[in-house]
Design a binder for this molecule. Structure first.
Ligand code: COA
Length: 331
């Protein structure tokens, strides 16, 4: 790698893209599968429907989102030099989704491609990693993707989880910029397993006593504990970030929080003392798409004309790990 000498400190989003499955599953459809109701789900989460993969894969959606972001950025596939995918639902342990995308998009062999596993904080972690990598190398453009097929790891007999999540992909193309700010902060609570999903490895290892142990690879969650963690960590993370940026919560034009629950977002807005209208929400029709939720939100905001150049943004993710992380940047 060639190290760059000049101090390009900020990060600019040049283009966004997203892709969600065509197949929308409503709360009423879930009522036929588990003991739940539209009223329970919508009043506690704000979710009315979510898109569920039906033939779409993590790779096909990530590819579509990436192609749209690259087109919106006005660059060529061959210009991409860094690919970072945030996902916990890649089809393979290896190759990474980033390497699969390199192949599908026909990117150069010299590209730096690897995945990031930080669950619902994954996209902001990946954005920060891209920022660091671009600063340390001579690379110009990075493709940062958040992509999930969470329906693969849902237990559709568990009403505590299966009503909350959806599938989809979002992508951005970024480059360093002298004029734009970029600040990041994060935290991890690995001691807390209230949100977890065991990996399934079917082993035939004859040298271990636990060779035939099979675990269901389903997501498990203590909802109220996660709720508490979310509202505490969002406030802590964003306040620390804004203090570093020397910007007050009212000066932020758009808060793009991980779309887990509208009540979490409303509570965060109240605790930050920022107007709720500045908190984008698409949870009603997307559900919680984990690492994909923030880039999908950014793409929907851009394509609906909600973002103006220079707008101040805070992106904030929280979830499995437990992890949290926030970014301060401008559009
Ligand atoms: N339909 C109907 N009832 C359900 C249900 C469903 N889909 N899921 C759970 N319940 C029941 C529970 O079994 C429990 O019943 P019990 O009291 O008889 O044991 C009851 O509802 C719990 O209700 P309540 O206390 O009102 O739930 P809540 O206000 O804590 O809301 C969540 C539950 C899951 C919506 C909420 O805790 C939450 O959103 N947590 C964060 C989850 C999250 O976002 N995770 C991902 C983070 S990235």
């Amino acid at each position: 790698m060639i190290y760059r000498g000049d101090p390009l400190t900020g990060l600019k989003i040049l283009g966004t893209g997203s892709c969600v499955p065509n197949h929308s599953v409503t709360n009423q459809m879930l009522e036929t599968v588990v003991d739940t109701s539209d009223d329970w789900i919508s009043s506690r989460t704000g979710i009315r429907s979510r898109c569920i993969a039906n033939g779409d894969t993590n790779l096909t959606m990530a590819k579509a989102a990436a192609e749209r972001a690259i087109e919106a950025a006005g660059i060529k596939n061959s210009d991409i030099e860094v690919v970072l995918c945030a996902t916990i639902t890649n089809e393979y342990v290896t190759p990474s989704l980033s390497c699969l995308l390199q192949r599908e998009l026909g990117l150069n062999e010299e590209v730096l491609a690897f995945d990031i596993n930080a669950a619902c904080s994954g996209f902001v972690y990946a954005l920060n990693t891209a920022h660091s990598l671009l600063q340390k190398t001579s690379n110009k453009y990075a493709l940062v993707v958040g992509s999930e097929v969470l329906s693969k790891i849902m237990d559709f007999t568990d009403r505590n989880t299966c009503v909350l999540f959806g599938d989809g992909s979002g992508a951005v193309v970024v480059k360093l910029s002298r004029r734009m700010p970029f600040l990041f902060n994060s935290g991890a609570r690995g001691d807390n397993l209230v949100l977890n999903c065991p990996a399934i490895y079917e082993s035939n290892n004859p040298f271990s006593q636990n060779t035939n142990e099979k675990k269901a690879g389903f997501l498990q969650m203590d909802g109220s504990e996660v709720f508490r963690f979310a509202v505490e960590s969002i406030k802590k993370s964003i306040m620390a970030l804004l203090e570093k940026a020397q910007v007050s919560p009212e000066e932020i034009d758009h808060y793009v929080l991980h779309q887990a629950n509208s009540r979490i977002i409303c509570t965060a807005a109240k605790r930050l003392g920022a107007p709720i209208e500045r908190f984008f929400m698409n949870i009603e029709k997307r559900g919680n798409t984990s690492a994909a939720s923030i880039p999908i939100a950014l793409d929907e905001m851009r394509t609906s004309g909600r973002l103006k150049r220079g707008d101040k943004l805070v992106l904030s993710g929280f979830g499995g790990g437990l992890t949290y992380g926030s970014v301060y940047m401008a559009w």
